[in-house]
Each structure stands twice: as structure tokens, then as C-alpha cells.
Design a protein around this ligand. Sequence first.
Ligand code: ZN
Length: 272
Amino acid sequence: MSSNLFPPESSVVAEVLPSPNNGERRDGRRPDMILLHYTGMSDPDAALELLRARGSDVSCHYFVFEDGRIVQMVPESRRAWHAGQASWAGETDINSCSIGIEIANSGHDHGYPDFPKRQIAAVTALCRSIQIRHTIPAVRVLAHSDVAPSRKQDPGEKFPWRTLYDSGVGHWVKPAPIMNFGHVLSPGNRGETVAAFQKLLAEYGYDVDVTAEYDAVTREVVTAFQRHFRPERIDGIADPSTRSTLADLLANRGRTRTIGARSRSPMLQTTL
Ligand SMILES: [Zn+2]
């Protein structure tokens, strides 16, 4: 049964502590997304217990402590319960297509500490090891906030996406600098330019309707975008820097690296 002990799927896993909270992936869907979370609780052990408690209805595949220790709770072939109501690139059953990683961090409501280097190194090694077993497109290593922008802000703007990118995990471009001039799109604006901007957000994967009105959803999506890609200022306003960073990401998307089973390099193996 799923709550029984199973062998760890990666050599970076220190311990398997199974969670009964899992099921079949819908229609045999194979995972092609990594979804990163923070626990948002001040006690990591309490967070771990919650994710393993029968009846809590939450779980994830991996849990990464602040000191870098990694626990696996659910086999990668199974559907863990971490995304909740979410959407990306037109898909709404995010749990069926993703592998969920919970990163111990008390979160925005409890001081939001920096992520320790050892913890980030562990998350990076874990993502790379997942990328060896599954083909995860770079653009599908995402934040919980990317797929549920109205409800979630984890892992948040302190998460060092660039560091992961430099090790071959995820998609990133250098954010365009913030300038105090240029055309700003903000809540309440309507028209063609807003529609064109919404279209680009949706093209990248965000769940936003092209309404031609800078509505509440657009603001939430822009906030999530900024947490991930332009963390210097998070205000939900599409300033030129935000729009230009999105354009760069889209332009660069076709050239992103997919590190799958075929690109197993000696460097990769020694890193693991
Ligand atoms: Zn989350």
C-alpha cells in the first residue's frame, strides 16, 4: 500500500517517511512539472507531521529542511496533494502533472526568513535528480504562487530562482531594470495594450483571461510574476521593467534547456 515504506528515488534523500495522502495520477499522467512551496509554519517538524497525517488531505513528494536534509513522503509515480485549486497553461489538475517539494520556511506570516544556502543547494540537487528521471521543461519549474496567484505567495520573492537557474534548474532571465519613466499599466486601465499584455501572461502559462481590463485577477497574476521573475518590487503593477522581463522570458523560451535523461553529464553526476 501507498503508506508503506518504499525505497527513496534519489540519492539525495536522507530518509523516507511515507504519507498516506496520495492517489493515482489522472489518466496515467506522467509528471512534467516541479512545483515549489514553502511550508509557511514556524515549526518544520509540525509541518512535516501535518503532511503525513491521515485526514489532513495534504502531502508532497519531498520535504527539504533548513539544514538541507531531504525526506521523501510520496513516490514520484503517485499524485500528492499540494497544489489545491490551481491552473497553468490551461491545465487545472496540477497535482496530476507535478512533483511537489515543500521547503521548510516559516513564510510571510512568520517573519519570512532567508532560505539558507544549504537548503537551496539541497533543493537544487533534488530538482536535478528529478530532471534525470522525468523530462521537466525549464519553464515548468514553478512556484505555487504561479499556479494559484489569488491564494498563494509561496515560496515567495526571497526564493533564489537565479541560483537554481545557474545550476540548470528552471527558467530565468535577468530582470529588466526598474526605471521611473515609461508606460505603466495598472489596475483600472483598459484597452488594447492591456489585452496584449494579458495575452503574453497567458502565453507564458498564467491563468488570466484576456478581458482588456486590468482587473483584480490581472493584478494578482502580475504580483505572482514579480515574486518569481522581478522580485525587486512587488506591487502588481505592470511597469516597463515587468513587461520587458516577461517579453524577454517569452523570447528566450524556445532556447531554454531541457535537462532530461539524455543530457546526463559527468558534472551532473558529481553534483549529485
Ligand atoms: Zn504551497
